[in-house]
Write a protein that binds this ligand. Structure first.
Ligand SMILES: *Cc1c(COP(=O)(O)O)cnc(C)c1O
Length: 345
């Protein structure tokens, strides 16, 4: 029996021996008193990388996005976000339930709304009935449209139009380093175009948990209050922060391997006749449909698991495979064989 190859998400990576050693020897303090050296070092480095004045460590990407929205807007105001965005689809409506924001959907079939959609969505026409629009949320890479990377040019066009209209522009950059590596640019190419950015340490970067929220000093000071309110301020957080800093210093460049592995996986499936969702700017995710006459969703998952391949359907009849630090080229080749076999009805 092979070890289990887990392609469900890049969140499943486990800390390496080296990262565990860093965790074990992390200097810690009480982060609420702001004297945790590991957390402070991570925040400083994250701010520097993203070209922002300040940063805070948060429990998760979901919390980082929610804190950004709650800090930027007030109850009754409107948040513009893509219909297929993670903040809209997969964060349990936190921006409404907790921040009181009223969502307004944008078209994001190619991962980012067109600038031309924003002016109409802002509803700044003096009509007393309309909620004021205060926030625009963008996502890069864009998970549910194929994990595709939006180019710096295209990203900047929409972000700048958002700013011109007076919105707080937030980037849900859970995988912004995948986008930066894909285009071979500094991550600041993207983050300098926005007012705030959240990115995940716990995904392709390989840390066990945590996300960073980066923005201006004033914004981060106010964000700290929201983090406290949500119960997300922690004490000896350096245990986790040290792993995050290690991930940022060691695991960004290697994301290119994940992209190459995903590309190889897609090629192997296509050779086997699978109608892979193909994009020139795909990163570490591969999506494909289960067609009529092929295995049921449950059978597909079960047959894969029997052969040591862990996967799950992202939605009915749509499979998503994600490459990461804990799967290599051999795993990808074997996974493709297993998938082709499992698809047969
Ligand atoms: C994973 C993800 C998040 C949320 O991160 P969690 O740490 O799982 O809360 C936000 N946005 C996108 C695009 C994601 O893929």
């Amino acid at each position: 029996m092979h070890r289990i190859m887990d392609f469900r998400s890049d969140t499943v990576t486990k800390p390496t021996e080296e990262m565990r050693a860093v965790i074990a020897s992390a200097e810690v303090g009480d982060d609420i008193y702001e004297d945790d050296p590991s957390s402070n070092a991570l925040c400083e480095y994250a701010a520097e990388l993203t070209g922002k004045e300040a940063a805070i460590y948060v429990c998760s990407g979901t919390m980082g996005n929610l804190i950004a929205f709650a800090t930027a807007g007030r109850a009754g105001e409107s948040l513009l976000a893509g219909k297929r965005s993670h903040v809209w689809c997969s964060e349990v409506g936190g921006f409404s339930a907790i921040a009181g924001l009223c969502p307004y959907p944008l078209t994001d079939d190619e991962g980012i709304p067109e600038p031309s959609e924003l002016a109409a969505a802002s509803r700044a026409d003096g009509d007393i009935h309309h909620p004021d629009t205060t926030i625009l949320s963008l996502e890069n890479t864009h998970n549910y449209t194929g994990g595709l990377a939006v180019s710096p040019e295209r990203f900047a066009r929409t972000a700048r139009e958002g700013k011109r209209l007076g919105f707080h522009v937030h980037l849900d950059g859970a995988r912004i380093f995948n986008a930066a590596v894909f285009y071979g640019v500094d991550v600041a190419e993207f983050t300098r175009e926005v007012d705030s950015v959240q990115f995940c340490l716990s995904k392709g970067l390989g840390a066990p948990l945590g996300s960073m929220l980066c923005a201006s000093r004033d914004f981060i000071e106010r964000a700290k209050k929201w983090r406290k309110r949500l119960g997300g301020a922690q004490r000896q957080v350096g245990i986790a922060a040290a792993a995050g800093l290690y991930a940022l210093k060691n695991n960004i460049g290697r994301l290119a391997e994940d992209h190459a592995n995903a590309r190889l996986f897609a090629e192997l499936l296509k050779k086997g006749g699978v109608e892979v969702e193909e994009y020139p700017n795909m990163t570490n995710m591969v999506f494909f449909p289960l067609r009529d006459g092929e295995a049921s969703d449950a059978d597909f998952e079960a047959r894969c698991l029997e052969k040591g391949l862990l996967t799950h359907m992202i939605s009915p009849r749509r499979a998503r495979f994600v490459t990461h630090l804990d799967v290599d080229r051999d795993d990808v080749e074997r996974a493709a064989e297993i998938v082709l076999e499992a698809l047969r009805a």
